[in-house]
Structure formats: C-alpha cells, structure tokens
Design a protein around this ligand. Structure first.
Ligand code: F6R
Length: 218
C-alpha cells in the first residue's frame, strides 16, 4: 500500500486523474471501477480535460460503478446513473455498451447482483478501482461492520450514511434507505485500488483505516 498526501483537494484530484490516465494509456481496454460522491468530481473533470486535449481514448474502456441507490430509476437526478452520465460519461468517448451500473429498479435483486459479479469476472476483473470513503468509514455502501466475504448485494444504509447523503436530497426523508453495492470481496478482487479522501471530515475514518485493527464480522 502506498499513501500519498498532497496539499489540497485540487492536487489530490490531479494526482488521481494521472493514475487513472496512466491505466488507460498503458492498457487501452482497461476495466475501471468507478465511484460517485463529491470526492471524485474534480478527478472526473481532470480526465475530461485530458480527453479534450486528445491525450486519452476511452473507446475500449469498460466501467463498473460501485453502487446505486435501491428503488430509484436511472433518470432520477439522485441516481448514480445520472451522476455518472452528467459528470463524466457524456463528455468522453466511452461506448454506452461498456458502461455498467447496477439497476436500482430491479425486481430481482439476487439475480441483478449475481449477474453484475459474473460480468466483472467475464470482463477479466477490475484493473483499477476508484474509491471514496464515508465519514463513518464506509466503502461503496458497505458499512464498517460488514461481512468481508460479501459480493454485490443489497445493503441497508446506516443512519449516519443517510444523514450524510441527505445533503444531496430535499430532505432526509427523501434519501433511499437501501442500495445495491459491490461487496468488500468484489472490491478486494480488483487488481489495483485508488482510495481518495479529502478534508477534515474524513480524517477520523482515514486514521482508523490506517492505524486500527481490521475487524471481521463473518
Ligand atoms: C460512492 C460511494 C461512497 C462514497 C462515500 C464518500 O459511489 O460508494 O462510498 O465514496 O460516501 O462520499 P463523498 O465523496 O461524497 O464524501
């Protein structure tokens, strides 16, 4: 594990974009695992800039997003489908058929999750997974006490996560209380992981992640 500390959010975003860009340049058919939230926003903007400067080609890239709220449709502005399209995908030359995001409106959760894991495996696994981290230490929508052997699954959101995500919604009551998320096992199978954290709100979670014992609840 390599820990890189930089001066501020902007530096972090540029650094992260360089890592993702290197992956895309070195392997033009890379499989990228992507995250949403505030943290990677500027990284996506930096990648779009590199694309516009004709330094990056995403035409053979495949992506798998970490998670999606359960019960909301793709065109809902709070969905992660909407976020990815409007913050990244519509600005680059990725093929629609290479974009994978869990279906928050699925009627068959188990099948949707299994099919997602199978598709990741069939694509050869994730070459580089980008992650953020929640204020309570969640990864994807895996709360800190999860089963490390979990693959993609339905998650009941922790009260703290609902509170933290309320900033994106009109009120706390509008925040979905469950989500589909890659599990820790799925995430840990990635060949490389780039975890981004910025700002004082994340300091405790980062400290605990780096310094405290890893607990397994299986
Ligand atoms: C997003 C995700 C979440 C976020 C985390 C941090 O796809 O899976 O785990 O990475 O909630 O969110 P921000 O970046 O908004 O602080």
């Amino acid at each position: 594990m390599k820990i890189v500390t930089v001066d501020d959010y902007s530096e972090m975003s540029k650094f992260a974009a360089k890592i993702v860009a290197s992956q895309v340049i070195l392997k033009d058919n890379s499989v990228l695992g992507l995250a949403t939230g505030d943290t990677p926003l500027q990284m996506y903007r930096e990648l779009i800039n590199l694309y516009n400067e004709e330094e990056l080609d995403f035409s053979k890239i495949t992506t798998f997003n970490l998670d999606e709220y359960y019960g909301i449709s793709e065109d809902n502005p709070h969905s992660y489908h909407y976020y990815m399209k409007n913050n990244f995908f519509k600005f680059i030359n990725i093929a629609d058929s290479n974009i994978n995001i869990l279906d928050g409106k699925t009627k068959d959760i188990e099948r949707e999750c299994k099919a997602y894991d199978n598709k990741i495996a069939a694509a050869g696994g994730i070459d580089l997974q980008v992650l953020g981290i929640g204020v309570n230490g969640h990864i994807g929508f895996n709360e800190p006490d999860v089963n490390f052997e979990a693959e993609t699954h339905l998650v009941k959101l922790d009260e703290k996560t609902v509170e933290s995500n309320a900033r994106f919604f009109a009120s706390k009551e509008d925040v979905p209380t469950s989500a589909l998320s890659m599990g820790i096992k799925t995430i840990m199978q990635s060949k490389k992981i780039l975890l981004l954290a910025s700002g004082p709100k994340k300091a405790e979670a980062v400290f605990k992640m780096l310094k405290e014992d890893v607990k397994r609840f299986v």
